[in-house]
Design a protein around this ligand. Structure first.
Ligand code: NAD
Ligand code: IPM
Ligand code: MN
Length: 352
């Protein structure tokens, strides 16, 4: 029987509430499709650990994950530890150390979902945001000077490399070729005069290699508006680290709730483990109440199974998600319901 070694990192807040439902679903599918998942849990890699020991994870944390087949993560960050400290102490080092340069974030409007957007018709809105995940605006280049003085300043450089942009564009074009054959590139080359014209140039260069893909580019501001006004026109949307981050929360809201949206942080070469996590964060405003929507984590687990070579098992999960939304009125509060995480999970397992 195939066995997969999975690292579980619940992290902070609702991260620890949405991972157990994902694990329950995974175990059902393992039994059904004949594979086993051998979990190693890293329960204390969190802000609590930081406050106690001064680090989000042990010094050799990355090495502890290296031999795993995949990582399933809840969420990182909690009030009491500055976000840039917690995230750069755990989530971002994993993405970078394991060269997870593609962040794949699918958006689908399910039947039975009440989207806040009029044009977001179930079945018609189905696209993927491909977010560059290791460089761009998220950079360590820059600094803070003259703290406390009138001339205090902060400088943050954005870093775009030919290699880094090309590989994520190739992934996105290739994905578009396998889907509906359309790609939209998010840019801002009308206002950002060095990096964005470079990005546009590389998009045009790579497009030559994918003649079967019809592509265009949109300024990020106009694109944000089109996500709301005409969400059904998109197939693959590729963007830099920051643009992709913002677009994926926007798209998740269009699809009904950020609580459903999944993400795959991929190392396409499979040289290192990839990481799967919901798009949402630790939601301190609802943490501890048992009311978080588990579907983002569950769908992320489906993406993990797909990556591990079990596409049929992954389809069972997305099928059960579709069924619980279309056929029942069991819903967590973010979807307008009153169900708890446990009730939502039980109904999902029943339909699986
Ligand atoms: P957030 O995603 O945690 O919360 C935004 C809003 O969405 C909140 O009102 C929250 O209650 C709601 N929400 C999110 N997930 C939900 C779910 N599953 N079910 C129901 N409602 C849900 O974003 P934020 O408030 O900007 O960030 C909170 C913390 O999480 C910060 O420390 C932030 O840095 C961190 N964060 C981590 C990740 C990650 O680990 N990948 C992602 C985003 C934010
Ligand atoms: C995400 C999150 C992270 C990001 C933060 C918490 C650093 O918002 O995964 O979307 O911006 O990458
Ligand atoms: Mn985000």
């Amino acid at each position: 029987m195939t066995n997969h070694r999975i690292a579980l990192i619940p992290g902070d807040g609702i991260g620890a509430e949405v991972l157990p439902p994902a694990q329950q679903v995974l175990d059902v599918l393992g039994r059904r499709h004949g594979f086993t998942l051998d979990y190693t849990s890293y329960d204390d890699w969190s802000c609590e650990r930081y406050l106690r020991e001064g680090a989000m994870m042990p010094e050799n944390g990355i090495d502890q994950l290296r031999d795993k087949d995949a990582i399933l993560l809840g969420a990182v960050g909690y009030p009491g530890v500055p976000d840039h400290v917690s995230l750069w102490g755990l989530l971002i080092p994993i993405r970078r150390s394991f060269r997870q340069y593609v962040n794949l974030r699918p958006i689908h409007v399910f039947e039975g979902i009440d989207s806040p957007v009029r044009g977001a018709v179930a079945g018609e809105v189905d696209f993927v945001v491909v977010r560059e995940n290791v460089e761009g605006e998220y950079s360590e280049v820059g600094g803070r000077l003259n703290r406390g003085f009138d001339d205090e300043m902060a400088v943050q450089e954005a870093v775009f490399t030919r290699t880094g942009v090309t590989r994520v564009l190739d992934y996105a074009f290739d994905l578009a070729a396998q889907r509906k054959g359309r790609l939209t590139s998010a840019t801002k080359s009308n206002g950002i005069v060095h990096t964005m014209p470079f990005w546009d140039q590389l998009v045009a260069e790579r497009a030559e290699h994918f003649p079967q893909v019809a592509w265009d580019q949109e300024h990020i501001d106009a694109l944000a508006a089109k996500f709301v006004l005409e969400p059904s026109r998109f197939d693959v949307v590729v963007g830099s680290n920051l643009f992709g981050d913002i677009l994926s929360d926007l798209a998740a809201a269009v699809a009904g709730s950020i609580g459903i949206a999944p993400a795959a942080n991929l190392n396409p070469e499979r040289e290192f483990p990839s990481m799967f996590e919901p798009v949402h964060g630790s939601a301190p405003d609802i943490a501890g109440q048992g009311i978080a929507n588990p579907l983002g984590a569950v769908w992320s687990a489906a993406m993990m199974l797909d990556h591990l070579g079990h596409p049929e098992a992954a389809k069972d999960i997305t099928g059960a998600i579709a069924a619980v939304l279309a056929k029942t009125d069991v819903r967590t509060h973010d979807l307008g319901g009153t169900s708890t995480t446990a009730e939502f999970t039980d109904k999902l397992l029943e339909l699986l």
